[in-house]
Ligand binder design. Sequence first.
Ligand code: HEM
Length: 457
Amino acid sequence: MTGWVYPDRNRMDDTMAPSTLPTATALDTARLVLGVLLPTIAKGPIIRRPKVVGLFSRLELDSRSMDIVRDVHSRYPAGPLMLKLPIRKQAIALAPEDANTVLAQSPEPFSPASSEKKAALSHFQPHNVLISRGPVRTVRRALQEQVLDTGHPVHHLADTFVPVVEEEMQQLLAEAVRSGSLPWDDFLDAWYRVVRRVVFGDHARDDKELTAMIIRLRRDGNWAFLKPVRRKTRERFLQRIGEELATAEPGSLAAVMAGARKGEGAEPIHQVPQWLFAFDPAGMATFRALCVLATHPEALADARREVDEDTSGRRLLPYLRASVLESLRLWPTTPMILRQSTRPVQWEDGLMPEDCGVLVYAPYFHRDERSLRSAHNFAPDRWLTEEDDGWPLVPFSDGPVVCPGKQLVLLLTSAALAALVDGHDFAVEKGQALDPARPLPGTMDNYSVHLGVTPRA
Ligand code: HEM
């Protein structure tokens, strides 16, 4: 139960009988598969399906999934728990210690390159770090960290990026004030402009074809093994990225990538789609945080105080960064963190076989009202204290495979929120109700939201 593992088989001694891990009954396996795994996949693991998200929101299906996990965990406290599946060795880490162990001991013996993730991401980035193993993973990870400035809260190109965010948000606001409304789609268009300028530079600002290409391939990615790879489209897409890197515009991530030190097997072209793909959830988290701020006057006042008193040029806005983290805690955009054991792993409660899928279902930990203060409410200050230390709040994953873009995401999203709330008031006119006096819903359907926008009173 304490979650320790013997990653090296040779360290097991005779007193550690290699019994297998606790295994769920067929019925409990069916509840987890039908009530948690399949619904989460139906929402779209690689790109969301808006209609399914709407259905989830109406039926509160995410909350039901969390209830199922809680109930199953209460009956199998020791873990991780093996599922009784005919074709796949699969476990779920239900205890917080076990989830922490899996993430801390990645990529070995818990590799992020699980079979289903490989199948899904190969539709557009077959040599990406996230689905790589062995020495090339180390090389690709080092390249990502170098370009994304992983260890630094403020990316070294912040002086270029923050004004880009500011400019696009001001244009978005001007249009929204003119039309009187800010729907999700308009926000997403503006966000994609930010993403293209940050990744490739100003020349790509209106290159919607590039975005359309990856969206098409990501839709296929949702089907993983079940859809053949469109090789020609993927080739054209990767070729486009290659051209962008070859003529990279100074001040863009592409230029940093072009000039970076690269080890053997780095495959720089294949590292870039992850950026385009993963900036999507960053936009979603920003818009969701904006919806919460629009409906939570106290949080909005705190956010505006921070913006008013800021001396960092909007590079370091702890409360707004925490607001984005809190939006991702409440509505994680990577709800299923997947790993696969690269060898047999001895846990305190039994042996996990090689090639066993391991699921960390983030919403279960993120909303655990037995362990977290205000688990179902917006409390960004939790990220500014040590109150949840040791608890798996893992919107960006954790450990050696933690998202290397985390700080860059927080820089850009907090700058976007600052630009939005500084001079304008927002009200949710259509879509999801968010009441500070009530628990926030398990699903946040950003697609249905229209925000009213007026200059700040
Ligand atoms: C809100 C936005 C984002 C969230 C919530 C997020 C979350 C995550 C998570 C949970 C993982 C680990 C996945 C796993 O273990 O299976 C991950 C990996 C990764 N993310 Fe992000 N991410 C975001 C945005 C970005 C952006 C914008 C970039 C790049 C510009 C990026 C680059 C990466 C890369 C390269 C990996 C693979 C790391 C590895 O395999 O070592 N992410 N991200």
